[in-house]
Write a protein that binds this ligand. Sequence first.
Ligand code: FAD
Ligand code: SIN
Length: 564
Amino acid sequence: MPNYPHPSSFDVLIIGSGAAGLSAALRLPPKTSVLILSKSSISAGSTPWAQGGIAAALGGIEDIEQHIQDTIRAGNELPDPAVVERVVEAGAEQIDWLLSLGMPFSGEPNHLHLTREGGHGVRRVAHAADHTGRTLMETLLDAVQARPNITVQEHQIAVDLITTHRLGATHEPNRCLGAYVLDLTSDTVNTLCANHVILATGGAAKAYLYTTNPDGSTGDGIAMGWRAGCRVANMEFMQFHPTCLFEPRAKSFLISEAVRGEGGVLLLPDGTRFMQNYHPDAELAPRDVVARAIDSEMKRLGIDCVYLDISFKGRAFIEEHFPMIHARCLQYGYDMTSQPLPVVPAAHYTCGGIMVDEHGHTDIPGLYAIGETSHTGLHGANRLASNSLLECLVYGQAAAEHIKAQAVRETQPPPHEVTVPDWDDSQVTDADEAVIVTHNWDELRRALWDYVGIVRTTKRLQRAKHRIALLRREIQDYYAHFRVSNNLIELRNLVDVADLIVRSALARHESRGLHYTRDFPESDPALAHVNTICAPQLIEQPMDETYSPTPPKPSHENHKHETR
Ligand code: FAD
Ligand code: SIN
């Protein structure tokens, strides 16, 4: 039984190797020992998949003011103005930082090419053609490799956070001590302790049957933070991207909003445009409006998809601006230089997440959450396109600076020794019927797609709540009796996140941004600045009965839902 600090301690443990995790690591001082984990390969998150770019007001004070207004308008008045201001004002500095690391943006370093996306009043999105995410990852990884204080370990999936209170040490001030992590290469669960833990685990769009996200977007950080006692906000606002290629072999391949930004139009099967009937900005309306319009046209006409056409721009323009999308579409037999692409909406981005302050710090001392896993207040009821990577970079830096400022005080062990038990799986056996896990995966994701989608009703949400409760009991029972595996860990997280999504959706008695319900079709001005907050009650109590590494048991009777 190791005591705190554990012999294998790092100063900072970062769970997640996307834009948020890597930028935090790079912003920490070279003397800080940092361990970055990825549950799969290092490039397995959403970041390398990003296409459109990074929103940044590079045009001076007027541009900053307009970016702030666009973000708040797209977020349906719900974003926190102080947060929006802080993030937007940091945009130019973040782009400069990436340029200093050698990021090859499109255009010249002192004159970047800026593209446009829905909800932006002007061209404001810095990008590397249509593969911004891939290029960003390459840039950050090159920089990480040159930093001997940073260790990266792949195929390590965090199972749960370790906190003093969850270990029963309620006489201690609560703080995060580390995490239990399953090493997928050896099937052993290790105890990793650190002075500071950063959750940078990405979003949860995999809770839906159709998503633009990679397989690992299972909301692990949100679920782990929630189980550890963090508040979680605004989970009803799951963003659906309007335009994914309608092609089963492509697994919901995204067609960037920049295609519409550069002039692409949406068409019905008979070739007529329809977005002008829904919003004065037509194809460049905010994402929630476009996704809902497509959904409405598909239901009205009983069609499987609509079409996105940019072929009239010509081959040379398309090959220069969208080389990756063009090549991928060709693989599936679609030539966007000569024909419209069939497209449908799919779950894309988790606007809600673990509540954090301006430093990315959560409710639990020593625990940070950054990137898509967090709720900072930037996005409100609908994220403005390309604001996510900007948020990852800004909060990566903010968390690192806060840790730096805390370092002297926080590296001291707690006043009384806290024993951190190793993971003990002596009471559990190997899974007998893995089919339960795959079946529940499918059922859960279909339930969310069918009942908690673009258009909601209270009856559908209640149905989803009921299904999720049944699935949750089954999954928790399975988790309590069998050895953990990657799929089981993800499923357990997904069902917790699904529960948070449905509870939050049921609690919001209005339509706002991404949450549209037929039972409350109007926005309620009284709720314009009200976040939906799920708050655990158990923060001050030990979870010995409900939480234990041997074997972990269900714990969520203890959570209450609140709105404010
Ligand atoms: P991710 O990049 O998703 O990384 C998550 C990391 O956490 C991964 O390394 C994963 O392995 C790890 N992880 C997760 N759970 C665990 C666990 N339990 N244990 C250990 N490791 C774990 N945003 C923009 O701003 N501009 C765009 O152009 C843009 N385009 C997009 C296109 C697509 C197709 C998609 C899917 C998203 C796009 N987004 C875009 C959104 C943006 O890419 C993401 O929000 C952002 O990259 C999230 O970064 P992150 O660092 O928070 O998480
Ligand atoms: C896209 O390129 O359309 C995605 C941009 C984003 O999600 O911000």
